[in-house]
Write a protein that binds this ligand. Structure first.
Ligand SMILES: *Cc1c(COP(=O)(O)O)cnc(C)c1O
Length: 437
């Protein structure tokens, strides 16, 4: 069977995500047979450096021997059992470890990021209802926010391309100005701008707190907004404002959790604790779909009652899947055994150093880095820049998926110094060799 047959079959049988399928006529998907470390290998043995961690999920490389071994062991014990009325060691251990790491508890599991967001929104509303404040039904999110694409999560997302078509199906929500420092006035520091954005939040909640259940934010980095980065002062102010007005703070750490911003969780850099934290993506090291929402004892207590309907009657079939939990435990083991956060810090310093030519490139603006995420805007980008750049990158053995005219790197943490150099050098080559891009 040659490549061509597989591609035709994929196009016929598979409806690919986030894709206008007609465009696959000209640009077929890349058929992958195997992965190792940061590399993906196609049917012909061509390799691609997975510089976006396969949509921000992979932490320790593809086919990581330690995660593989943990999964093999788990497979011989139990692959899945329902979590209503049953429990198992991997879900208990994972919940305990996540509680220690986040300072929250009572882990409730879903299958992917969007389901975690749905869970947090429902829990927040239901908490207020159980607490005698059923009028708190509104949610506030940041301008350009992304929280997933099921209807509830899309309601608090602010990306027109994903949202506008479905507007008639969505709940009303309010967007307050984003603290993303690209939106600052000339001469305004990221911190000053973050505090100015927080004033808008305060003005909104001062008027509408009685109707507002929660503010949901992507802490420090707004991924789908094109890696919009902001000063932690915003989170500190947002925490204080939410406390003052009796509004929950939901930290959507689905993309930024598990070390991506340099600390285990991004909220740590602001020294705050949210009322809910949503986790997914890196939680299993990029192996299996799993998400979790952790919350406070106070929220949990409002559901704990003799009345069934005061409980949180939400479920997904694969809630707390043992294999996924086992992959998550193996992932946390690697963090501990390899002192990953410290190693990444050293790696990031090296990365900044070799990124000099990017910083100086005449078409590149706003080169920025938070932890293991680096991004920049490309000037004079032609129409369809993201798609053209993506294909030019593939031709040079890089998997990069720009967002608009923003190119970003979010590689697996196992990337070596040589591979980081290759990433930077080849990216510059793409901009040089194809000035029409
Ligand atoms: C990816 C993402 C989601 C949605 O997660 P899915 O697993 O794709 O449903 C939600 N919030 C943020 C910040 C994300 O990056």
């Amino acid at each position: 069977m040659n490549n061509h047959d597989w591609l035709a079959r994929s196009r016929t049988a598979v409806w690919h995500p986030c894709t206008q399928m007609k465009q696959l006529e000209g640009f077929p998907p890349v058929p992958i047979t195997r992965g190792a470390g940061v590399w993906l290998y196609d049917f012909e043995g061509q390799r691609y450096l997975d510089a976006v961690s396969s949509w921000w999920v992979n932490l320790f490389g593809h086919c990581n021997p330690r995660i593989n071994a943990a999964l093999r062991e788990q497979l011989e014990q139990i692959e899945h059992v329902m979590l209503a009325g049953f429990t198992h060691a991997p879900v208990i251990e994972l919940s305990e470890r996540l509680a220690r790491l986040t300072g929250l508890g009572h882990a409730f599991y879903g299958s992917d990021g969007a389901s975690a967001v749905e869970i947090a929104l429902k829990m927040s509303f239901h908490y207020w209802r159980n607490s005698g404040q059923p009028g708190k039904t509104e949610f506030v999110s940041l301008q350009n926010s992304y929280h997933g694409e099921t209807l509830g999560a899309l309601s608090v997302t602010d990306v027109a391309l994903f949202k506008d078509t479905y507007a008639p199906l969505l709940r009303h929500s309010v967007q307050v100005p984003s603290p993303d420092w690209r939106l600052a006035e000339p001469g305004e520091s990221p911190e000053q701008y973050a505090l100015r954005a927080a004033e808008s939040l305060e003005n909104h909640l001062a008027k509408h707190h009685a109707a507002t259940a929660a503010l949901i934010v992507e802490p420090l980095v707004q991924g789908a907004a094109g890696m919009g980065m902001y000063h932690p002062a915003y989170l500190r102010r947002a925490r204080a404002i939410c406390d003052r007005y009796g509004v929950h703070l939901i930290a959507d750490e689905i993309a930024v959790g598990f070390g991506r911003t340099g600390t285990m969780f991004a909220c740590e850099q602001a020294g705050i604790r949210a009322d809910f934290i949503c986790l997914s993506k890196g939680i299993t090291g990029g192996y299996l779909p799993l998400s979790a929402v952790l919350t406070t004892d106070q929220v949990y207590a409002a559901f704990y009652d003799d009345a069934t309907a005061r409980g949180f009657l939400h479920s997904h079939s694969y809630t707390g899947n043992p294999l996924a939990c086992r992959a998550a435990l193996a992932t946390l083991d690697i963090f501990e055994q390899d002192d990953v956060l410290a190693t990444n810090q050293a790696k990031a310093i090296y990365w900044d150093r070799i990124a000099g030519p990017l910083r100086e490139h005449p078409r590149i603006r706003n080169l920025r880095r938070t932890g293991m995420i680096m991004a920049f805007e490309v000037d004079q980008a032609r129409a369809g820049f993201a798609r053209h750049f993506y294909h030019a990158a593939l031709a040079r053995g890089l998997l990069l998926r720009p967002i608009g005219n923003t190119v970003y790197f979010m590689p697996p943490y196992v990337i070596s110094e040589e591979e980081l150099e290759m990433l930077v050098t080849n990216t510059i080559c793409i901009l040089q060799a194809a000035p029409g891009i």
